[in-house]
Structure formats: structure tokens, C-alpha cells
Design a protein around this ligand. Structure first.
Ligand SMILES: [Zn+2]
Length: 257
């Protein structure tokens, strides 16, 4: 009878939580290895330094889950074969699930590029917002996201410009977070760059838009995709043209970069 009650009070994730601990233990062993056996194998002589700490995240990548519930996403991120995960999942009701230690590498970015950074997963925190991609984000969800961002920015000294979206780093593959995501609200609080008032702004005649997109951070190998990602983030639409309003916004961002 007692066993039955215990079984009922177990969380649906107790098995995967155990698996988490096991995997962390295996990774710890790798770090504890001495003499070192990583890149140089056993060729050189080992002298351990006494001055070091952990590497830390320098980017935050924001996503929407494109799923219908938080439960669905937790299930996806605890199923081995999906090979996807994030550090945090924020539900529509504002609940924040912390799924992976900030110092460990989640699998949320996939192949992507921002500036010269290519292995985004190694240098970023991934935050997934429970949202199907065609609906607005709830106030409580955004408010709790802001609280989390505040803490991450302070703890790791993440630069303002390095709070970006999945579509920004993978413009040919991704469209999240959607046009409903309030980037301006984030930027007003210091999370992500924003453009200055473009009223009356004149653009220099030699302004090269693709160079500007690249300097802002976009991978311009597919320029149409890069423009679409830029507009998704800064103009909240899905167009892929650099018309006058877009050029002015880009010019302002370029001058800040
Ligand atoms: Zn994503």
C-alpha cells in the first residue's frame, strides 16, 4: 500500500531527473580528469594551473516552442530521441521550469551564426516560451521572462546586444520568436539593441545595407533570409525587402554596432 502511494506521488519526471544526475556525474568525471587527456592527449607534460573557474554564457537566445502546452514541451525535452532542449521553459501562466544548469550546453540553437560566433549552444542560454507561434505572449509570461533575463544579465555580465532570437541566428531555418514577441519591451529594459527614432533621419549615400546587416550580426549568406529575420525582430512583420523605413532602422542599428 505504501509503495502504491509513493508511486502516485512521484513526479512524471523522476526517471529523467535521475538520468540528468547520471549524465552530470559523467561530465564531472571528464572535468576531474588529471593528468589532462583532452586535446593534446598524452603528448605534452601536465602542469595544472591554480587559476581558473567555469566558462559562462555570453548570449541569451529566445524561442517559442511552437507547441500547444508546457507539458508537451517538457515531454519533448526529456525524451532522448528528440535531441533538443533548453535551459528554461516559461509557460503561458508564467511558471518557469529550469531544465539545465546554466553552465552546461543545451541543444536549442542548432546550426547558426551571429557575428563570428558559430557554436551558439556553447556560449548561450536557451529560453523557450510556451507559445504556438500564432498567438500573443501573455503579460505574466513576458514579465517573468524579464525577471529571468535580469538575473542572467547580472550573474553572467551578458552584453545588452547579445539578447537575440532563434530566427536571428538561423534566418534560413527558423522563424521564432514570432511577430508577436515584444522585442521593444525587452530592449527598453536593456535586453537587446533597439534603433533610435528614425524621424527625419538621413542615410549616407554610401550606406551598404548588406554590410550593415552583417555588422549588426546577421549571417548574410542568404540575404533574403537575413532581411526577413531582421524585419521579424525590429519591424514585427514577415516581409523580406529593405524599403526606406527598414533602411533607416538598419542604419540606426548599424551605427550602434
Ligand atoms: Zn527555436
Amino acid at each position: 500500500m505504501v509503495i502504491f502511494i509513493l508511486a502516485c506521488t512521484r513526479t512524471p519526471y523522476s526517471t529523467t531527473n535521475k538520468q540528468y544526475k547520471k549524465q552530470v556525474k559523467a561530465l564531472s568525471k571528464k572535468i576531474q580528469q588529471a593528468p589532462l587527456k583532452d586535446s593534446l592527449n598524452s603528448v605534452g607534460s601536465w602542469v595544472g594551473t591554480t587559476n581558473f573557474n567555469l566558462r559562462k554564457p555570453n548570449f541569451v537566445i529566445i524561442h517559442h516552442t511552437a507547441q500547444n502546452s508546457c507539458e508537451q514541451t517538457l515531454k519533448t525535452f526529456t525524451t532522448t530521441r528528440t535531441e533538443v532542449s533548453a535551459h528554461y521553459v516559461i509557460c503561458r501562466d508564467g511558471t518557469i521550469h529550469h531544465m539545465l544548469n546554466d553552465y552546461l550546453r543545451a541543444w536549442h540553437g542548432g546550426s547558426g551564426k551571429w557575428g563570428n560566433t558559430t557554436d551558439i549552444n556553447s556560449s548561450s542560454i536557451g529560453i523557450e516560451l510556451d507559445n504556438n507561434g500564432t498567438e500573443p505572449f501573455s503579460d505574466i509570461q513576458v514579465n517573468n521572462l524579464l525577471l529571468l533575463l535580469e538575473s542572467l544579465k547580472k550573474t553572467y555580465g551578458i552584453p545588452t546586444a547579445n539578447f537575440i532570437g532563434h530566427a536571428d541566428i538561423a534566418p534560413t531555418r527558423k522563424i521564432d520568436p514570432s511577430i508577436f514577441f515584444p522585442w521593444k519591451i525587452l530592449a527598453d529594459k536593456g535586453f537587446g539593441n533597439w534603433y533610435a527614432d528614425t524621424t527625419g533621419q538621413t542615410i549616407s549615400a554610401d550606406f551598404k545595407t548588406l554590410d550593415a546587416l552583417r555588422i549588426v550580426g546577421y549571417d548574410i549568406r542568404d540575404s533574403t533570409a537575413a532581411i526577413r529575420a531582421f524585419r521579424l525582430h525590429f519591424m514585427q512583420d514577415t516581409l523580406n525587402i529593405l524599403d526606406e523605413p527598414a533602411r533607416k532602422i538598419l542604419f540606426s542599428l548599424y551605427r550602434k554596432s
